[in-house]
Design a protein. Structure first.
Length: 287
């Protein structure tokens, strides 16, 4: 049996994640009371049906605060007893969540007790903090479409189901903020910037002309070598510590040229040893 605990902020895509997990073979149960997680697992294990070999359970903030706080310890206990268990947590920034609620005209589940929508979102973040801090995989859906989120869930979770270490290289722009889900962040703003070349400005780090410009500079080549050497040195230790997912964020000013190119180059270098390598370009999806 493998168990994935799916949680996150309301409006961040928890339902989308559960539907995707169901599509790839998980038996999904949403909004289970947190206090009943252990009883649910015991009942499932006693049944032994094939359909419950892979289970995803959705848990949200509509639980007693002590029960939510106890979830990380419950997960640790299950792991010690031999049940493979992971926590997936989804979030988005406040303005994005407010916009999504205004578009769907839905009520936030905590709006009655917390007052305004923004108050409810703040209360939800506080209640779910113990779960987000213990999560194995955290996904920021601020600039992610439904289809992109489905594919990201499929790629990362399916790779793990095949026994692969899931390594994600994510480009971003510092002017939009550092991704909260990053395990390592590398700043490449010191490198020559294609933005200042009029012919290259409209392109991205995925374009041949931009790649040629960047690869011609020794500083860029050295940066890629240094980041690669650091990751090679530490990835084995990270895997040995029972980490299943790792997100490496590469940031430049706007997140369109240098960070995109370097993320692609790093992904190419690590794919041979880590078949579960993925690439995501956060700022490109905004356009």
């Amino acid at each position: 049996m493998k168990l994935i605990l799916v949680s996150g902020l309301s409006g961040a895509g928890k339902s989308v994640a559960l539907h995707m997990l169901e599509d790839i073979g998980y038996y999904c149960v949403d909004n289970i009371p947190a206090a009943l997680l252990r009883s649910f697992v015991d009942l499932t294990l006693s049944g032994g049906e094939e359909m419950t070999q892979q289970i995803a359970v959705g848990v949200d903030a509509r639980n007693r605060a002590p029960d939510i706080s106890a979830l990380p310890d419950s997960v640790d206990t299950l792991r010690r007893e031999g049940v493979p268990c992971e926590i997936l947590f989804l979030y988005a920034d406040e303005n994005t969540l407010v916009k999504r609620y205004s578009e769907t005209r839905r009520r936030h589940p905590l709006s009655d007790s917390a007052g305004s929508l923004r108050d409810a979102l703040a209360e939800e973040r506080r209640l779910l903090a113990p779960v987000s801090e213990a999560a194995d995989l955290v996904i920021d859906t601020t600039s992610t479409t439904v289809h992109e989120l489905r594919e990201l869930i499929r790629a990362r979770v399916s790779g793990r189901d095949a026994g692969k270490f899931s390594l994600l290289f994510e480009s971003f722009g510092f002017k939009h903020g550092i991704p909260d889900n990053a395990d390592f962040v590398f700043d490449v703003r010191c490198l020559p910037n294609p933005y200042w070349e009029a012919a290259l400005r409209p392109g991205t780090g995925q374009d041949a002309a931009v790649a040629e410009f960047l690869s011609s500079h020794e500083m860029v080549v050295r940066m890629i070598e240094d980041i690669s050497a650091f990751l090679i040195r530490w990835l084995a230790a990270i895997r040995d510590a029972d980490r299943s997912y790792l997100t490496v964020a590469i940031g430049c000013t706007g997140g369109r040229h240098r960070s995109v190119y370097i993320a692609e180059q790093l992904a190419d270098r690590f794919r041979e040893d880590y078949p579960g390598v993925l690439v995501r370009h956060g700022e490109l999806s905004r356009h």
